[in-house]
Design a protein around this ligand. Structure first.
Ligand SMILES: Cc1cc2nc3c(=O)[nH]c(=O)nc-3n(C[C@H](O)[C@H](O)[C@H](O)COP(=O)(O)O)c2cc1C
Length: 428
């Protein structure tokens, strides 16, 4: 996990040379790295340098870090081809298993949360629940399409998402058949929260570290391409299965899959949504509303990876509620190498990638970052314990006493100066 060094921040020159921080800045605003970056940003605003969005992850080169997340946007040849044509950095296909005949979907299988009252049909969609299963298309058909895509787009990255039952021979057969199509990597779906766990698949494995270790062992003994383990957030400490997956030979972690949810109850019919013949089942929550939760999970995985697997050979893919370049920048600032988008594509279409790239470049220009590595992981070190926040605050208050900035105690609030006193304690 690369992190930015205080004295070695690349400042956007085309050659990517390292620039040493000017000594004068040290005493002014550069108490923190963020403070310094702001200074550089001001100095470099309006830079003409075109930032380089390309990334190389586990040896796989992508034109940008934006990856189609496994789901409807990667269900068949036509849509995956469209994703490549529009410029996505990589495509992860909808999860496949050996026997698609066992996968029986229902309709409706989606329900949306809008800003507004219960059942509102207006307002921005911020949450999306699905009770969709993995691919219900025959494996043979999906494999033929992977092969065709790799023949037509040999330089683009196609990743197969796979899932099987608790059966070593089944995993080995699936890996063998999928690899023969020429896919570049495998993402293992240890995380689907609905339907599949009833068959001891998906989250049923991702939530049980003993099972996970055993299955990862089978997979990594067989696979000859990089393997990413996709994590479920429906667990107390997501860093634990991530650690087990990396120790068991996986090259990367992808997080998060959807969050177990009940979208809502129709207050007229008293039936839950999405309603299938009057009944429902808890599903997986995605879209904008999950973004802060995903950031929290990615942060804890990234911290663990930095502490225990600080090696370029491991990668992290951030997923959850990405709709803008800024959303993506947040994942990268926490240490993600790539960023996946699923529901965002379902809502805005494949052309979204162009906007994502432009917005991410705008962010990079603002800070004079010339490459993704220039800022990957840069915000990670600003997470600490609450006890440490209290200590830092106590020390800062001591220092500010001289200038009387902010209030020392609740007894200091006054009626007349109340608004100014509130303002004095706001951070931005
Ligand atoms: C309708 C739907 C189907 C999905 N199917 C899969 C799947 O087959 N395999 C998988 O690993 N993740 C699947 N996901 C999860 C997404 O890949 C992603 O992890 C999650 O939705 C969070 O990202 P997002 O907010 O960008 O959608 C699905 C998500 C949705 C909304």
């Amino acid at each position: 996990m690369a992190s930015l060094s205080l004295n070695q921040i690349r400042v956007g020159n085309p050659a990517g040379e390292l620039m040493t921080r000017p000594a004068g800045l040290r005493t002014q605003k550069s108490r923190s790295k963020v403070g310094f970056l702001r200074v550089v940003a001001e100095a470099g605003a309006g830079s003409k340098v075109d930032p380089d969005l390309s990334v190389t992850v586990n040896g796989l080169h992508m034109p940008n870090p934006f990856v189609i997340g496994s789901g409807p946007p990667g269900t068949n040849y036509t849509v995956m081809k469209r994703a490549f044509d529009e410029g996505w950095g990589a495509v992860i296909a909808k999860t496949v298993s050996l026997d698609a005949a066992k996968v029986i979907n229902v309709t409706p299988r989606y329900a949306r949360l809008r800003v507004g009252a219960n059942g509102s049909t207006k307002g921005q969609v911020i949450g999306w629940e699905n009770i969709e299963l993995i691919s219900d298309r025959p494996l043979e058909t999906m494999l033929k399409e992977f092969k065709q895509l790799k023949e037509e787009y040999p330089d683009r990255i196609l990743i197969a998402s796979i899932m099987e039952e608790y059966n070593k021979a089944a995993w080995e057969e699936l890996i063998d058949r999928v690899e023969q199509t020429g896919v570049d990597a495998l993402e293992i779906n240890f995380s689907c929260p609905h339907g599949m766990p009833e068959r001891r698949m998906g989250a049923a494995v991702g939530q049980d570290c003993d099972l996970l270790e055993e299955v990862c062992g089978w997979i990594n003994a067989k696979a000859t391409v990089p393997v990413w383990a996709k994590m479920t957030p429906n667990i107390t400490d997501i860093a634990e299965p991530a650690r087990v997956s990396l120790r068991s030979g996986c090259e990367g972690i992808a997080a998060i899959n959807t969050i177990m949810s009940v979208m809502g109850i129709n207050l007229k019919t008293l039936r839950p949504e999405p309603c299938v013949e009057g009944y429902s089942t808890p599903g997986g929550y995605s879209s904008k509303a999950v973004h802060p939760i995903a950031l929290g999970k990615v942060m804890s995985i990234a911290k663990m990876m930095k502490a225990e697997f600080n090696d370029e050979k491991y990668s992290l893919s951030g997923i959850g509620g990405v709709e803008t370049g800024d959303d993506a920048a947040e994942f990268i600032l926490l240490g993600a190498n790539t960023v996946q988008v699923c529901t965002g594509v379902m809502m805005h279409g494949y052309g979204l990638v162009k906007q994502l790239c432009e917005e991410l470049k705008d962010f990079m220009r603002m800070h004079n970052f010339s490459s993704i590595e220039d800022f990957r992981g840069a915000s990670l070190e600003y997470f600490t314990t609450h006890t440490d926040l209290v200590r830092r605050q106590r020390e800062a208050i001591e220092q500010r006493k001289a200038t009387k900035k902010g209030l020392q105690s609740d007894k200091d609030w006054t009626g007349d100066g109340f608004v100014k006193e509130s303002e004095s304690m706001v951070s931005n």
